[in-house]
Design a protein around this ligand. Structure first.
Ligand SMILES: Cc1ncc(COP(=O)(O)O)c(C=O)c1O
Ligand SMILES: C[C@@H](O)[C@H](N)C(=O)O
Length: 359
């Protein structure tokens, strides 16, 4: 029987705190379609201030934030965007930009540090003189931190260079900033500086900040005005959303200061996992709250078998590909939970070794 549960599947698994629930219960609300919900306006203004953009728009998810941003930039048929081959938009968002927006994706290889080579981005930009055959490149998308690389951070300098490239060719730049606060804390660089070159950013409040629901898209006033119409078109016409925005606002106030602790626990977990025979963690690449752990071939256990075994001990994680598993830290994971997680991995790998008579 499972006596303890430690959930490291994602930073999306957190439960709203009492302060968030109280804020929800007491939120000032109004109809955000016929007018403006005052609490939503407060959150959107605060996110615009933090990111250094003119305006913001609350959306129910990061997926919708990216979708609305891409489709608002690419309102003309035949549009193409350049994005990472392991970007969240390309891998995990049901191909929404194409299925709903008719936008064509052109992927560029994501490097292990989460970047895309500038020369490969430039080479992917279509030559408009051949428009009889080519789609039209309209947008470049970055992701910071970059989840599939294990939460690696893109520097402001790199982002600026991509922004300069976009401007050189008359393109826009969108940042999937689902974990931009993690990148800001890890780099010691303010969010507004990290996204300075971007025309739009989608920022999740429902990840490391621990809000139950929600993201905010930020950009120019005219961009946000068009994005709000598209949100309604996509069924995201939100009425008394102050209930959700109040929790998100509380998350911003309560948990921003805890991100550094998440990163510290991630580094500590990585170092301890790396000591376990049969596992390998590239500790130097753990920059934020995500830890990728490789299972060495000699361990004779697959990633799915390991996930299942750990679940029996009450430790929940996700597979991240062949012989790779992922651990994601968040504010509801204690130091004791980290120690418990390590003990579960030690137990699981020792069990496999015993089964195989390994010395
Ligand atoms: C990098 C990144 N972008 C966007 C999203 C989408 O966010 P949501 O799950 O709220 O749709 C996620 C996942 O949660 C993510 O990890
Ligand atoms: C799985 C993925 O969609 C989610 N963004 C996560 O990181 O947990």
């Amino acid at each position: 029987m499972v006596v303890r549960t430690v959930d490291l599947r994602s930073d999306t698994v957190t439960k709203p705190t009492e302060a968030m629930r109280n804020a929800m219960a007491n939120a000032e609300v109004d109809d955000d379609v016929l007018g403006y919900d005052p609490t939503a306006q407060r959150l959107e203004a605060e996110m615009a201030r933090i990111t250094g953009k003119e305006a913001g728009l609350f959306v129910p998810s990061g997926t919708m934030g990216n979708l609305i941003s891409v489709l608002t930039h690419c309102q003309i048929r035949g549009s193409e965007i350049i994005l990472g081959d392991y970007s969240h938009i390309h891998i995990y968002e049901n191909g929404g930009i194409s299925t709903l927006g008719g936008v064509h994706p052109r992927t560029v290889k994501n490097n292990e540090d989460g970047t895309m080579d500038l020369d490969l981005i430039e080479a992917a930009i279509r030559d408009p003189s051949f428009e009889i055959c080519y789609p039209t490149t309209r947008l470049i998308c970055l992701e910071n931190s970059q989840a599939h690389s294990g939460g690696r951070c893109l520097s402001a300098e790199y982002t600026d260079k991509v922004g300069e490239l976009a401007k050189k060719y008359g393109l826009k730049l969108h940042i999937d900033g689902a974990r931009i606060f993690n990148a800001s804390v890890a780099l010691g660089v303010p969010v507004h500086r990290l996204v300075q070159a971007a025309d739009s950013v989608s920022v999740c409040l429902s990840k490391g900040l621990g809000a139950p629901v929600g993201s905010v898209v930020v950009g120019s006033k005219s961009f946000i005005a068009r994005a709000k119409i598209l949100r309604k078109t996509l069924g995201g016409g939100m009425r008394q959303i102050g209930v959700l925005c109040a929790a998100a606002f509380t998350a911003l106030q309560e948990n921003l200061v805890k991100l550094e602790g998440d990163h510290r626990k991630a580094k500590s977990l990585a170092a301890e996992l790396n000591k376990i025979k049969g596992l390998k963690v590239d500790v130097a690449t753990v920059e934020t709250n995500i830890v990728y752990c490789d299972i060495l071939k000699g361990s004779r256990i697959s990633e799915t078998e390991l996930v299942k075994t750990l679940e029996q001990y009450g430790l929940l994680i996700l597979p991240e590909g062949p012989l790779r598993v992922r651990f994601v830290l968040h504010h509801q994971i204690s130091e004791s939970d980290v120690h418990y997680a390590v003990s579960c991995l030690q137990r699981a790998l020792a069990g496999v070794a015993e089964e195989n008579g390994d010395k």
